[in-house]
Design a protein around this ligand. Structure first.
Ligand code: PEP
Length: 261
């Protein structure tokens, strides 16, 4: 049984002060609701600037921290980039790689994603690899092919014994930030296709260890329907993760469908 994961992608939102203001209300709402330890596993990916302060503020909790991106080199003349070691130094255990905003707004290629995944794993960071089709690709019937390609190349440098460190996130680009989530049955089919691709790359049984999340306009009102599909292990949440009480509600909905073991 894979542990469900709820990940927040704050994107380019929140100053250090605003990030710190999230912590108290979130922990209170997340703990108070059930009176249990945090479940599912919770991950926050804030802007880089807020990482050290959040790391200190969350030190007594089981909330994890992740970067929103990483570079593939360890150090050197790469202005504006951040290394896997720097993310670890700032308190991260995860890093988002290949988010569609980076692929489509900033020209990140499958090869760059592959290099970033490898660099993250080399440093002991768990990559959250985002894959998903644009509306145009979906309308052309290319959803499966696009997700297969992104998954195959994203995992190209991953060794079979690293499978449990990898998280995949199926994020249809047309569902991100639009308020139009995918139909759960459609998301489930693509997630199963991603799992088949994971098995093809990492060997049979690989996908049993890899958590696959859904992302795209998730909120507390719709997370349940995704979690009813046993192949979906949680969610990567943008907009709705900015509000501590709403984010705690999403965690609570996940707990109802997948109670702590
Ligand atoms: C995202 O940015 O990964 C995302 C899923 O955003 P939103 O939840 O706002 O659609």
């Amino acid at each position: 049984m894979r542990t469900p994961l709820l990940a927040a992608n704050w994107k380019m939102n929140k100053t250090i002060e605003e990030a710190l203001q999230f912590v108290g209300p979130f922990l209170q709402a997340a703990n108070a609701e059930e009176g249990k330890g945090l479940w599912p596993e919770i991950l926050i990916c804030p802007p880089f600037t807020a990482l050290p302060a959040l790391s200190a503020a969350l030190a007594e909790s089981s909330v994890g921290l992740g970067g929103q991106d990483v570079f593939w080199e360890k150090q050197g003349a790469f202005t504006g980039e951040i290394s896997p070691g720097m993310l670890k130094d700032a308190g991260c255990t995860y890093v988002i790689v290949g988010h569609s905003e980076r692929r489509h707004l900033l020209g990140e290629t499958d090869e760059m994603v592959e290099a970033k995944v490898r660099a993250a794993l080399n440093e002991g960071l768990r990559p959250v690899i985002c894959v998903g089709e644009t509306l145009e690709e979906r309308e052309k019937g290319d959803t499966y092919e696009v997700c297969r390609r992104m998954t195959r190349l994203g995992l190209a440098g991953v060794k079979p014994d690293e499978a449990s460190s990898v998280v995949m996130a199926y994020e249809p680009v047309w569902a991100i930030g639009t308020g139009k989530e995918a139909k759960p049955e459609d998301a489930g089919k693509v997630v199963r296709h991603i799992r088949e691709t994971v098995d093809a790359v990492l060997g049979p049984g690989g996908s049993a260890q890899v958590r696959v999340l859904y992302g795209g306009s998730v909120k507390s009102a719709n997370i349940r329907q995704f979690m009813l599909d046993e192949d979906i292990d949680g969610a990567l949440v943008g907009g709705a993760s900015l509000d501590p009480v709403e984010f705690a509600r999403i965690a609570s909905e996940i707990r109802k469908v997948r109670p702590p073991r």
